[in-house]
Structure formats: C-alpha cells, structure tokens
Write a protein that binds this ligand. Structure first.
Ligand SMILES: CC(C)(COP(=O)(O)OP(=O)(O)OC[C@H]1O[C@@H](n2cnc3c(N)ncnc32)[C@H](O)[C@@H]1OP(=O)(O)O)[C@@H](O)C(=O)NCCC(=O)NCCSC(=O)CC(=O)O
Length: 962
C-alpha cells in the first residue's frame, strides 16, 4: 500500500541545495571584497558589532552574504559566555533608532496620516530585526538562528533585557515558519539513519529505547510516522506524529507498543491512532503547527486508506498527578479500606488485587481535572488537553490503566485518554472552544465530572503536613537521601523508617502534642525522627549539637519535653538534667530509640493534625539573654516548602547537596522540605568540606549554604566553571552575603548566587528571583503569599519605597508565637498581624528588599545567631570582670567574629585564657568570643549607653588586617 514519494515538496528540497551552492559561490566572491576593505573575521565583541553594523550598512549582495556567514560562524564557534555577550549586544546596541523614532512619533502626533503611521511603524522596528533578516540570507543560517533563539530562551531568565531579542526572533521565526512553507514528509524505516537518530532523540512521549524499538514503530505496514520540515532545514524535523493503524481505539499504550503484537491487516484498518506527538525544536517555542500537521496527516491517510473511519489519539495526562496532590479526594477511604492517597503510595497498587477500586476512585478525578480544572485564560490546565480540545477534538474515553510505565504512573497514576478527531465537527468544536472555552466530551466522560461541592465533601481530618509529604512522594524506589558513604534511603524507605520511629515514639510515651527534644549527630535517622514526630503529632525540638549542659538545662526546663533523644555518649549528663522526661539515644549506629521499634511497625496511621497545629519549636537566642521557643505549625512548614520548591524551580530531577546542620530552619526545613515536596533527592554530608562538595557538584544540581560555604569554596582552587557546569542553582542565606563573595563567585563560575531572607520565626520571606536579575546586597522580592513592608520602628507607620525602617512580614509562613511567652508574642506583632522582625531595611523602587542592619546588635557568625547580651551576662559573672560589651566585627571566614571588649577590676588578674576556659563549659562554641580585648572603660553616650558602633569601628580590622 505504501507509495513512493513523488510529491513536489521533495523537488523543492533538492532545488534548495542548488540554491545553497549558488549562495556559497556568491559569498566567496564577497569575501574577497571584504578582505580588500579590512573586515574579515570577528575575534572580539567589538568585531561582532562592527561586522553586524557593516552587514546592516552594506548594499552589496555578495559582501553581505560573506559578512552574514562570518557572523554566523562566529556565533557557532562561540562559547557560552561569548554567546551571551553577543545576545546582550543585540539587546543593547541594535534596538530601534531612538532619534528617528521620536521624530516619527512627533510627526504622527502632528499629522495622523496613513503614510506617517507607516513611517512610525518602520522607525519602531529594532535594527536587529533587519540584521537577523540579512543573516538569514546566508546558507545554513536558519538553523543557527533557531539555535540563537534556544540560547536566548535559556538566558532570558537571568537577563530580562533579552526579552526584546526574543520577541524579535519569535516575530521573524513565526513568519519564516509559516504553515505555508512547511513540508510534510513521511518517516519510515528507509529514511536516513541520521534522521532516524533524531526521531529517537526527539521522541517526547514514549521514550524509544533503541533501534529495535524504533524499527517496531516504523517498519511494520500498520505503523506510520509523519513530520513537518522546513525547506531550509531539510534534515531537521520540526514536529512528528506516530500513527498506529488498528481496528479499534486502544485503551493502553502497551497494546500499541507490545513487541509481540499481531500486525493489523491495513486493508481492514478502521482506526488511525495518533499515539505520540513530539515537538523537536526548542527554538520554535511559541510557534505552533501541531494542529496543521494532524489535519494534513488525516487527509493523507484518508487518501491512502479509504476504509479508515476513526481518527483518535492515545494521549498522556501529564499534569494529573501534580494536580491531584492538592485535592482532598486523596483522603477519601476506598471501599477496600485505606484512603486513595495511601493506596497510590503503594508501589504495587496497579498490580495489586484492587487496582479496579483505585481506578474507579481516580476516574471521576481525571475527568474533573481534564474538563473542570482551568488555568490561564480559562483554558484546561492539562497541556495535552489544551492542545487537542483547542484543535476541536473531543474527549472520548478515559483509560485508567493505560500507561503503567514509570513515567505514566508518576505523572498520571497510569491514566491515558482518547481524544477523537471527528472531521466534520472539528471546525464547530474549535469555535466553541475559542469563543466560549467550551470543551467537547463524550457524555460518559462528562457525567463523571465532580462539582466543587462534591469534591469538598470528603474533607478529612488528616495530618496536614505529613499528608502532603506522602502525596508528593515519587515512586518508592526513588532515592531520597544518599549519604557520604553511599547508603541510599529511598522514598519508600523514608516512609517506612519514619513509621518505625513514630511507633518507637509512642512506645516511649510521646503523646500527640508532647515535645520531643533531639540533640544528635547529623544522620539520616535524625531526619526520620523529624518526620516521625510529624506523623505522631508531637512537636520536635531540635537542638544545636554545640549547646552545653547549662544551655540545655534551660531548654528542657522551658519546653518540658516528654522525651529527649540524644547522642549515646551524652546520655549520662543529659539524664541528670532531664527532669520528668525520658531519655533515649540515637546515632548513625542506632541507639535505644531504635531498640524501641516494635514488631510490624512498617505502617503508622498518622495522628490527625490541622494546619495550625504545632509541628516544632525552635529556640532563638533572646535579646535579653533568655532564649525564646518559636512555635512553627504544620502550615508554616508546608506553605514555605511549597512556595520555595516552586520559586526555585525544583523538580524530581534535582539533586541537592545537603551539608548544613539539621537543627536549624535552614538545613532541617528549607533544604529537606523542599526536596520532599519536589520528590527530588539529596546528597547528605555530615560536615561542610569544600573538596567533597566540589566533587559532589558533578552529580548534583543545587547547593544551599550559608555565606561561609561560598567563602570557603572560593578559597579552594577546585572551584571552576567546569566544576560547577552541571549545577543549576546556588542559594545563600542565614547571614548577609558580601558583594565581594557574590561577584567573585560569579566571576569564577558564571553562577549568580541566589540570596534569600528568612528567620526562625518566619521561615523564608523573600528571595532573589530565579529567572530575573539576582542583585548582590539584596534579598530579593517577597515570596508568593508573603507580604513584606517597612515601618517606622516605634510608631509602626508604614514607610514608602526607598525609606529605611523595620522590616515587617505577614503570611502563612509566620510562626504562631513564642512558647510560654504570650506577652512577648503580642509585643512582636502589629495589630494587623504583621510580625516585627527587628531587622532594619528598605524596599527599593524595583521591589527588592535590602537589609541594612540586623536587629538589636545581633551577631551572625557562620550562619548562627549570637545575641551579645547572652555572652555578656556570662562574662560579667566572672570574678574580676567589671563589665563587657560583645560585638560582631568582620571575619574572613565566619562573616562576623564574636568579639568581647572587657573592663577588669583594678587589681584583677583575669586574662583571656581564663575567660575562654570558663566560657567553654557555659556557652556553645560558636557563641564564644574569637578574641577578647581589655580596655580601661567602655565608650558611652551622654545617656550612659555603651556605644557599640564606636567599638565596632575601632576593632573592625582585628580579624582582617594583615
Ligand atoms: C560555617 C560552618 C560550616 C563552619 O563549621 P565547621 O564545623 O566547618 O567549622 P570549623 O571546623 O572550621 O571550626 C572552626 C572553629 O570554629 C567553631 N565554629 C564552627 N562553626 C562556627 C560558627 N558558625 N561561628 C563561630 N565558630 C564556629 C568550631 O567549633 C571550631 O572551633 P575550635 O577550632 O575551637 O574547635 C558551620 O558553622 C555551619 O554549618 N553553619 C551553618 C549554620 C546554619 O545552618 N545556620 C542556619 C540558621 S537558620 C537561619 O538563620 C534562618 C535562615 O536560614 O534564614
């Protein structure tokens, strides 16, 4: 039945190569002319500008071609940085001629004639449009221009000014790739190997494993494939569709792709099934011609096989699982017992005895998602639905176990659908869609759609935070954590281990609402204990491993935990200060907590917890010396994780380098929760070691760190552009990132570190943009859902942009209050719910927040907060000390070094070593002064207040001066 291809388009493609040869000869001649006038080869950006200007000025066809070829050759051989330079030159130097434009505007305003409108239109055209048009004259130019657009799209996030270049490229490319120029060609097993290789590479829906796999899709007579080509890119498919000729509409992709399937007798085939449509060129993003391709394929097939009656797709539902994660329906118990969410969590649910029960529960949800869930412009949320329904197809059937491949299960819990292309209805359906966003569906599918009311009816009493972790967990086999010694904890392993530890907590007497204190080394079980606490409804109280016994005694006395989990070696000392709490041990090698795991503990029914229930208490050093326990709720954690994963573009493919401690909000919540919410993985290091981290960058995509990390990385010669080439994001927080560090890092690696701002009480508040410009010395823009304002500290009057005041924040990320300190809590909030951070700052005219002074003399050392008052109280209590002032001054490694300025009693012999040794047992190491200086008296103002600013100025060089 296959016919030889004798269509005119083929001749067109052959003619094309003759034309290219002709252009080549012409440009060779032009090159001789260019050599004469001294314009050959672009070595620098300046040459690129000169060549481009010459191309724009030039009248001669031949020299123009040669110039165009040189510019394109320069682009092709340029490295990433140079390409960016060239794009920025296009953005900055090849815009519209402003003088001409202004004149044209004036003329138009004076005299609104059609001629003047044309002049205005011409004057508004950026010069680069003409430049790109002229470039496109050269042989092989079109592919390179698509490549320029691909590059522009990938750099546009960081460099907003490239948007103008992209708009021009898209404008030109859309007209060059107009449907009328495209040629449809069949692809089959006799097509050239280089093209077939591209089909393997570009297949976007059902991966083609190897050449045999490809042959099964192209060689049999009942399999067809068609692609669109552009005459100037004869070897580059733009989009292709794979078709199966069958005698029915298939319900599962396995049926179409099975190795041992029986071939259909094509003379009897009734149904053409479009089972995969792949776009091939990133540079063509936004230029859509898939609908034309499908219509042309339908016509072609009808001509070839008059018996064909049905044209259907077998399509994926790529956004279903992500949408479902936020639906309450996951908590609906199935007829068979567990909830839908719990069933989907089981790796084997689809091979289990009850897949039908799951499928039955999922079916109305898929219908609701496809037909009722709408996004921008009231269009369907699902991209594939948007495409087919927008083309005028109808949603014909849902196939609940249609794609059981890992991708199908992950994206759509196995669901696939058939869209039907009913030729006589296409136009009418398309109109309904375009005018009223009406979607056409078979009655059997439509009646499954649930109303919002029905969807809300199943409102659960689940565990707010854990349910979200569980619902977002990817396949159980996916790695969640890989430790530095190569041990892997999968997502399935995480669910199991946290369940076991939750059982152990219950066995050791921790009840819902109890506090569970944890001071352990950084190990995976410590993280599992955190998740176990969430499941068991207990509030975790993580404690810095550097805390000394007196510090711990205060925390235990204040929080009154019912269980303290500590390192095995500390059990003796801790038992003495534990009060009524039980003490259990935990380390990487186990401990009495693990010994308490009962039999059959692999599943733990989470204790119901609402959004406002307590998830943890984190102590922040107090300004008055007394630490305060910040109470964070389930929704505080969940909202921040959700927003950050989205803001920083996390996906399941991400691998985070986790080298932070896990007793603070940064390492425990920001890093861990973002990974959990994205279903991504992390490489887990007990300590920050620059060489190890640089080596890890080969396998990772993101690093989250404090500024000290970046300072230390810069001190390592292994930090190079190559070493960081696979990384997509470096995040910094917990302390101010010096502009020197930001710029040095950019210079060395090409990466702009993304700085964000948060605090224990609030989680993360602002972030420099992922796509937009990251500006040193700013902490970026408020996160989605969080409001940030600047107010006068005393009156609370809200200040306009550009003015300095106290930073105040409000949003779902803000804590519930301080443990046992209702008055303190009340005094830190405004009546309208804004939390007064105590940090001073301003919001600039672009909306970026700048922090100009941390609250209340706070010192931040290597990312740890140290409140001077606490250290001063300890020093002042030492015999022979009259008084002290503790300040933070610049430190090359820790950002700020804790420094004590001490006044001794006249006859006292107390010295630095004596004070150091006495503080050792009382204060955590990071709070202890790195230097102590003695003075006769402290500088004071007229009110008698110690002038710390004077001291900071006086001692600012003691760590940095050479
Ligand atoms: C920067 C670090 C990697 C440095 O730790 P190291 O263990 O490598 O330090 P090191 O081995 O070089 O130790 C040198 C000496 O300094 C001490 N030392 C360690 N860390 C210190 C610190 N931050 N400040 C002052 N001293 C410190 C050690 O005890 C040691 O003392 P000696 O030699 O005498 O034994 C670590 O401090 C760190 O991981 N900081 C991150 C803190 C963090 O996660 N903060 C988030 C808070 S949440 C928050 O703020 C909110 C938000 O994120 O927005």
């Amino acid at each position: 039945m296959r016919t030889q291809d004798r269509r005119p388009e083929h001749k067109l493609l052959t003619r094309q190569s003759f034309f290219s040869d002709f252009l080549q000869t012409l440009s060779d001649r032009g090159r001789q002319f260019m050599a004469l006038v001294g314009l050959e080869g672009a070595d620098t950006a300046q040459d690129f500008v000169s060549l481009s200007e010459a191309l724009l000025r030039g009248q001669g066809e031949a020299s123009g071609l040669a110039l165009a070829q040189d510019i394109l050759a320069e682009w092709r051989s340029a490295d990433r940085q140079k390409r960016l330079d060239y794009l920025l030159i296009l953005a900055r130097q090849f815009g519209p001629d402003l003088e001409k434009l202004e004149k044209a505007v004036e003329t138009w305003q004076r005299d609104r004639t059609p001629e003047n409108a044309i002049r205005l239109h011409e004057a508004a055209e950026p010069k680069r449009q003409e430049l790109i048009r002229r470039l496109n004259m050269a042989p092989g130019a079109t592919g390179t221009i698509l490549d320029m657009r691909t590059e522009t799209l990938s750099r546009m996030g960081e460099h907003k000014e490239l948007k103008a270049v992209d708009a021009d490229l898209l404008h030109l490319i859309s007209s060059w790739f107009n449907r009328g120029f495209l040629v449809m060609r069949p692809i089959d097993w006799s097509t050239s190997a280089s093209l077939l290789e591209k089909v393997i590479r570009y297949e976007a829906v059902h991966a083609i494993a190897n050449w045999d796999d490809l042959r099964r899709r192209l060689a049999p007579v009942d399999r067809r494939c068609f692609a669109f080509f552009h005459p100037r890119l004869p070897d580059e498919p733009l989009i292709f569709v794979e078709v199966a000729l069958m005698d029915h509409a298939p319900a599962a992709i396995a049926e179409v792709l099975a190795e041992d399937r029986a071939e259909t007798d094509v003379s009897k085939a009734t149904t053409a099934v479009f089972y995969s449509i792949s776009n091939c060129q990133v540079g063509l993003r936004g230029v859509s011609f898939g609908n034309f391709l499908l219509k042309q394929v339908v016509e072609e097939l009808q001509r070839e096989y008059p018996a064909l009656r049905d044209f259907v797709t077998l399509s994926p539902v790529p956004g279903f699982a992500a949408w479902l994660r936020d639906q309450e329906a996951l908590d609906t118990p199935l007829e068979t017992g567990p909830t839908l969410g719990a069933m989907l969590e089981r790796p084997d649910w689809h091979t289990h005895t009850v897949p039908d029960a799951v499928a039955k529960a999922l079916e109305p949800l898929v219908a609701t998602y496809l037909l009722a869930a709408r996004g921008q412009g009231n269009q369907p949320l699902d991209p594939v639905a948007r495409f087919h329904l927008g083309n005028g197809a109808s949603l014909d059937r849902l196939n609940m176990l249609g794609d059981l491949s890992p991708r199908g299960l992950k994206n759509a819990h196995g669901a696939m659908v058939n869209y039907r292309y009913h030729l006589k209805d296409l136009e009418k359906n398309h109109e309904l869609y375009a005018m009223h966003r009406e979607l056409v569906a078979a009655p059997a599918v439509r009646k499954l759609v649930q109303t919002p009311k029905a969807r809300g009816k199943t409102s659960p009493a689940g565990n707010h935070f854990f349910d979200q972790i569980r619902a977002r967990a990817p396949s159980p086999d996916k790695a969640f954590i890989e430790t530095s010694d190569g041990r892997v904890i999968t997502y399935g392993g995480m669910l199991r281990r946290s369940s076991e530890l939750a059982h152990a907590l219950v066995k050791l007497g921790a009840k819902p609402g109890d506090r569970v204190a944890m001071q352990t080394e950084k190990c995976t079980d410590a993280l599992m204990l955190y998740i176990a606490c969430i499941r068991a409804g207990a509030a975790l109280l993580p404690l810095n491993t550097a805390y000394t016994i007196p510090e711990l005694e205060y925390f235990f006395g204040d929080a009154k935990p019912s269980l303290i989990v500590c390192a095995p070696g500390a059990e003796g000392d801790i038992s003495k200060i534990a009060g009524d709490a039980r003490v259990a041990t935990l380390s990487a090698d186990g401990g009495t907590l693990c010994d308490a795991i009962p039999e059959n503990a692999a599943d733990f029914t989470p204790v119901p917890r609402g959004p406002d229930d307590l998830a943890c208490i984190l102590y922040t050093s107090g300004t008055t010396g007394r630490s305060k326990g910040a109470m964070l709720t389930h929704e505080n954690l969940a909202s921040n994780a959700r927003v950050l994963a989205e803001t920083w573009h996390f996906s399941p493919d991400d691998v985070l380098i986790h080298a932070l401690p896990i007793f603070h909000i940064h390492g425990l919540f920001v890093a861990t929760n973002v990974i959990l919410f994205a279903g991504a993985s992390m490489l887990f290091y007990e300590k920050f070691d620059p060489a190890q981290i640089i080596a890890a960058m080969q396998r990772a995509t993101v690093l989250m760190g404090v500024p000290t990390f970046y300072v230390r990385l810069l001190g390592h010669k292994g930090l190079t552009e190559d070493a960081t080439a696979k990384m997509r994001l470096f995040v910094s927080g917990s302390a101010p990132l010096l502009p020197e560090t930001f710029h040095a890092f950019k210079e060395r690696t090409g990466h702009a570190i993304l700085e964000r701002y948060g605090m224990t009480e609030t989680g993360m508040n602002t972030s420099n943009p992922y796509d937009g410009e990251r500006i040193a010395e700013t902490v970026g823009l408020p996160l989605t859902g969080t409001e940030v304002r600047i107010a006068e500290p005393d009156s609370g009057k809200i200040l306009p942009a550009g003015e300095i005041g106290v930073i105040e924040v409000r949003g779902p990320n803000i804590f519930k209050g301080y443990w046992n300190m209702p008055e303190k809590t009340a005094s830190e909030f405004r009546t309208d719910g804004f939390f007064i951070t105590g940090d001073l700052g301003m919001i600039d005219e672009r909306g970026y927040v700048r922090i100009l002074g941390r609250g209340k003399d706070l010192v931040i050392s290597g990312g740890f907060n140290v409140y001077p008052k606490e250290v001063e109280s300890e020093i002042d209590s030492i015999e022979g000390v009259v008084e002290s002032a503790v300040i933070g001054v610049p430190h090359p490694d820790f950002g700020e070094g804790v420094t004590a300025v001490v006044v001794r009693a006249p006859s006292s012999t107390v010295d630095e070593s004596k004070i150091v040794s006495l503080l050792e047992s009382r204060l955590a190491k990071f709070k202890q002064p790195k230097k102590i200086v003695f003075v006769d008296e402290l500088p004071r103002n007229t009110m008698g207040k110690v002038q710390k600013a004077v001291l900071r100025e006086q001692y600012r060089g003691i760590y940095t001066a050479r």
